[in-house]
Design a binder for this molecule. Sequence first.
Ligand SMILES: C[S@@+](CC[C@H](N)C(=O)[O-])C[C@H]1O[C@@H](n2cnc3c(N)ncnc32)[C@H](O)[C@@H]1O
Length: 351
Amino acid sequence: MPRHLFLPDVFWATEDGGDAECAASRDADRWMRLAYSDVPIVTQWDDGEGDGREVPTSSASMPTMVAAMLGDLDVEVGMRVREIGTGTGYNAGLLAHRLGDANVTTVEVDGGVAARARRVHRDAGLRPRVLHADGAGESLPAERSDRLIATCSVLRVPGAWIRQCRPGGVIVTPVSTLFGDGAIARLVVGGDGSASGAFTRSSAFMRLRRQRYRAPSVDDYLPGEWPGDAPRASTSLDPETFRGSWLTFLLGLLVPDLYYRRSPEGGGWTWWLFDTGVTSWATVDSVRGAESLEVRQSGPRRLWDEIEAAHRWWVARGRPGLERFGLTVTADDEHRVWLDDPRRRAQARQR
Ligand SMILES: C[S@@+](CC[C@H](N)C(=O)[O-])C[C@H]1O[C@@H](n2cnc3c(N)ncnc32)[C@H](O)[C@@H]1O
C-alpha cells in the first residue's frame, strides 16, 4: 500500500532535528523522498485550530513503528480489527488491504481528520469503516473484535477496549507516563475482563485526547520564593543520566502521578518534579560531572526520594531491560506493572 497516497499536500517531517514544513506543490521530490523515509510525519497541529505549531495532534507514524506494531498485532485472515486513531488512514488502509474492508473499523476523534481519511481510502479503492468518535468511549458499536490497535498513547488503558475485544483477543497500544515517553504494550484479553502482557518496544506517541494533561502553574505548588521552607539535601543520582531513555518511562510507571520540567541553570539543568495531586514538588540541580547534586523537597510526597527508591529497585534487580516488564489491567481497572511474570509485581519502596 503506497504511503504517499495517504499524505496531504503539506506536512511536517522530523528532519535534521526540527519539524520542517514540506509541500508537494513546491518541492515534489523532497515530499516524495520524505513520504518514503523512516520518519513520523506530522499532519496536524493544535487540533487544527489556529496557525500555531505548539503541539502535533495528528500524524502518519514512523513506518518501522507501524510495521512493528502490526507485527505485535499478529492478524490472520478472517479476524476483525478495531483501530483507535485513524490519522492519515494509512494503518487502517494496510489492515483493510490484508483483512478486507468489512473486518476493519477505525475510530478518529477529529471530524476533519476522519473525513479526510474516508476520502483517501475511497481514492485508494478501500472502504474500511471510519467512525468519527472518541475511541475511548463506551458509545461505539458493541461488537467484539479479535484485535484492537491504538495509535495514540494512553496513561491508562480504557476498560472499554478490553470489553470490546473477545477473550483471547489482543490489544496493542502505546502506554505513556507523564514522567517519560512510553512503550508499546501487547495485552491478551482474559476471560475475566482483565488484559495482560509484556511491553515490546519503546515508543513516543501523541496522547489520546481525553487523557492529555494540562499542568497547573508552578505558583499553585510554590506560591512564594523558591525554596520556601524546603530543606536542603543531596543526591548522587543525576536525572540527566536517564532523561530521554526508556528508563524515564519505567520510573514513571513505578512512581505514578508525577511529571517534570527542566530549566537551564548555570551551565546545568534544574529539574522540577511535581505531583498531579498538586501537593508536592522537588528540585534537583544537575551539574555535569558533579558527584553530589542539591535537592529540595516540599510537601507530603518526597518526590525525588520516590524516584531514587524506584531507581534503586531497578539497579538491585540487575537493571532489567524494558522487554522484561509487562502490564496487567484488572477487571476493576487496576494497572499493575510486573517484571518477568504477571505474579511478580514491580513495586519500589522507599527506605
Ligand atoms: C499518530 S496519529 C494516528 C496515525 C494513524 N494510525 C495513521 O496511520 O496515520 C494519532 C491519531 O489519534 C487521534 N486520536 C486522539 N485521541 C483519540 C480518541 N480519543 N479517539 C480516537 N482518535 C483519537 C488523533 O486525532 C490522531 O489523528
